[in-house]
Design a protein around this ligand. Sequence first.
Ligand code: PDD
Length: 283
Amino acid sequence: MQVYLNGNYVDREHASIPVDDRGFIFGDGVYEVTRALRGHLFEGERHFRRLGRGLRGLGITVPAELEQLGEISECLLRTNGLTKGEALVYLQITRGAAPRTHQYPPAGTPPTVYLSVGPFTPPHELRAAGARAITIPDVRWSRCDLKTVNLLPNVMGKQRAVEAGVTEAIFVRDSAVTEGSSTNIFGVVGGELRTYPACNYILGGITRDVVLELAAENNVPVRTTPIFVHELGGVDELFLTSTTNDVMPVVEVDGHPIGGGTPGPITRRLYEAFARRLDRVGG
Ligand code: PDD
């Protein structure tokens, strides 16, 4: 496999970064995971806009190739023979390599830019059955809107989910469901779609944005207000969204069934609308 590292396309086994890269030392960087179909990115522009916002938010030097990241991604997909089915593009930019100091390194320190691609199979079987989840306290910081590689609470949350034999861990802050360890969460309450508002306590997911557009197109009323934990037992439907899950029904939380314990009709409708958007990529 070929990857892209700091201006060069190189074999994955020959790609290396200095041990004092601030991504390694401090988790000082941002990342994106983007879906590709038939060699083309799904919502690439939105991913790159979010990336640019993250770089500016953290004061990381915007790399020269920011405008070319779409082309670089698609070049990697071609080089690695991933132009037929589905694939994922991983992209990470760190503040670069410099002797360890907490403050930012000297101006002019070049950021580290890394992209890789791999084949992807959407979780259709899980979608048909519906996923199960647990709730955990949201112990993260107050800038969850920045997609940084500092993912320890997310990593630990997902591990708890795996150990509990379920798919996702759902964060709860001040009694409100914020989002999953790597997903956004939606509920259907009284025919209305509810999800945590886009703010500093969640990552504004690209899939979330698309689902909100699809809800409007499909006349599903939306209220961007939190679902509270005590409401979970009474929601009609629950689903999670992300680049790797699309729209994924959740049929059980903390051992209690959601709705009828099977994927609900609004979730299914929104997934079908989402799948039609995916079908249009590269068409
Ligand atoms: N995660 N919330 C969190 C905390 C996430 O990490 C993600 C994505 C999302 C959904 O965002 P999007 O729809 O743009 O994928 C929400 C990626 C997929 C990951 O870390 O692998």
